[in-house]
Design a protein around this ligand. Structure first.
Ligand code: F6R
Length: 366
């Protein structure tokens, strides 16, 4: 059942190239320059006329929502808010009838997300669901939706659900940008072509496994860790920290790299591993200067970098290279080494990787 892998988590990490392909299947017609998604196409006017998009989710799905915020605003120039379902539902939020709500949930059973959807519907918003589990409760109570088709995710730590959620949200943002004319056709086609290459690039990113294992061995006994990223990869830093916390029980925090100087930099000493996502495209020089600040305080730097990087390599204690892609698509690739790092650390610490303590796969209680 684990297909030769020791754990579901590792199997699911390695399934990502195929899972992403399955998310594309029948939806992305690259040669024709078309994205076809019934749930979107049937409701395209609602999306086109949306005053804003409100994304609601919990945990890792919320991180996917944060990545989508950057993508939707860049591609479709529509304002986006991303909300924890648990906060949204209890806040008496302002919801307009012309808001489009996108609810993201791997399991489709998360209690807080369900309640938030009901609240948004009651206030007249159109609610679109992104679920992985077919026929799940959320897929049934939403007005329309799309499945990620990642296949069953058994490991409690979400991996392929996250990258396929980002994938489908990217498709939706592109489809909307095309419908509203916010993106030139040539650019649209360029994204489709690059998306088609993403499964191959994920495959290549997975080759960092040995390097990830090496780095894991080095830092497995650290009591704390920091994860930093900017722009599209700020949410990936949050996700990296969550993965480490939940399966290795090491305290970790994710931050936008520039927020360092507003507090967290005080934590840095020679005991603190800092995982920094520093893609060549995406505020590279800014991230490099953040790395210099960490180095000046003797923090240990593990750079997640673009293939062929030289500048971060010069400064960092370790680097893990991933293939180059268009900036908005980098989160899908940057996530891979962070998943592998957490996996190896948890394994070395002899933790239950697939079923961490205190956690359940679907959180059906609030
Ligand atoms: C993290 C994790 C949780 C879930 C969260 C939402 O690895 O598994 O944070 O992401 O409970 O679950 P879904 O997406 O099923 O609503």
């Amino acid at each position: 059942e684990k297909g030769g892998y020791d754990h579901f988590m590792l199997k699911e990490i390695y399934e990502q190239p195929q899972a992403i392909k399955d998310t594309f299947r029948g939806r992305m017609l690259v040669k024709e320059g078309i994205i076809k998604m019934a749930g979107i196409d049937d409701n395209i006017e609602k999306f086109k006329n949306a005053r804003r998009i409100i994304i609601i989710a919990c945990g890792t799905s919320w991180h996917a929502g944060l990545v989508a915020e950057y993508i939707f605003e860049e591609f479709a120039r529509v304002p986006v808010e991303v909300e924890y379902a648990s906060e949204f539902r209890y806040r008496n939020p302002v919801v307009f009838k012309d808001d489009v709500v996108i609810a993201i949930s791997q399991s489709g059973e998360t209690a807080d997300t369900m309640a938030a959807i009901k609240l948004a519907k009651k206030q007249g918003a159109f609610v679109f669901g992104i679920c992985n589990v077919v026929g799940s409760s959320i897929s049934r109570i939403t007005d329309a939706g799309a499945y990620t088709h990642a296949g069953p995710e058994i490991g409690v730590a979400s991996t392929k659900a996250f990258t396929t959620q980002i994938t489908i949200l990217t498709l939706i943002a592109l489809r909307l940008a095309q419908a509203t004319g916010k993106m030139a056709d040539s650019e649209f086609r360029n994204y489709l072509q690059e998306l088609e290459r993403i499964p191959g690039k994920v495959e290549k990113a997975l080759k960092c496994n040995d390097q990830a294992e090496l780095v894991a061995a080095q830092y497995k006994d650290a009591p704390n860790a920091l994860y930093l990223g900017r722009g599209y990869n700020f949410p990936v830093a949050l996700e990296g920290a969550l993965k480490l916390k939940e399966i290795s029980y090491i305290h970790a925090e994710g931050y936008p790299a520039a927020e360092m100087k507003h507090g967290p930099i005080a934590l840095i000493d020679e005991m603190m591993p800092v995982f920094v996502i520093a893609m060549r495209k995406g505020h590279y020089e800014k991230v490099v200067s953040n790395i210099e600040e960490i180095k000046a305080r003797s923090g240990k730097i593990i750079g997640i970098v673009t293939e062929g990087d030289t500048e971060v390599k010069r400064l960092a204690d370790h680097i893990i290279e991933i293939p180059e892609t268009l900036e908005p698509l980098t989160p899908i690739l940057a996530t891979i080494p962070l998943q592998l790092l957490s996996y190896h650390i948890a394994l070395m610490l002899d933790k239950n990787v697939d079923q961490p303590r205190n956690l359940a796969k679907s959180v059906t209680v609030e």
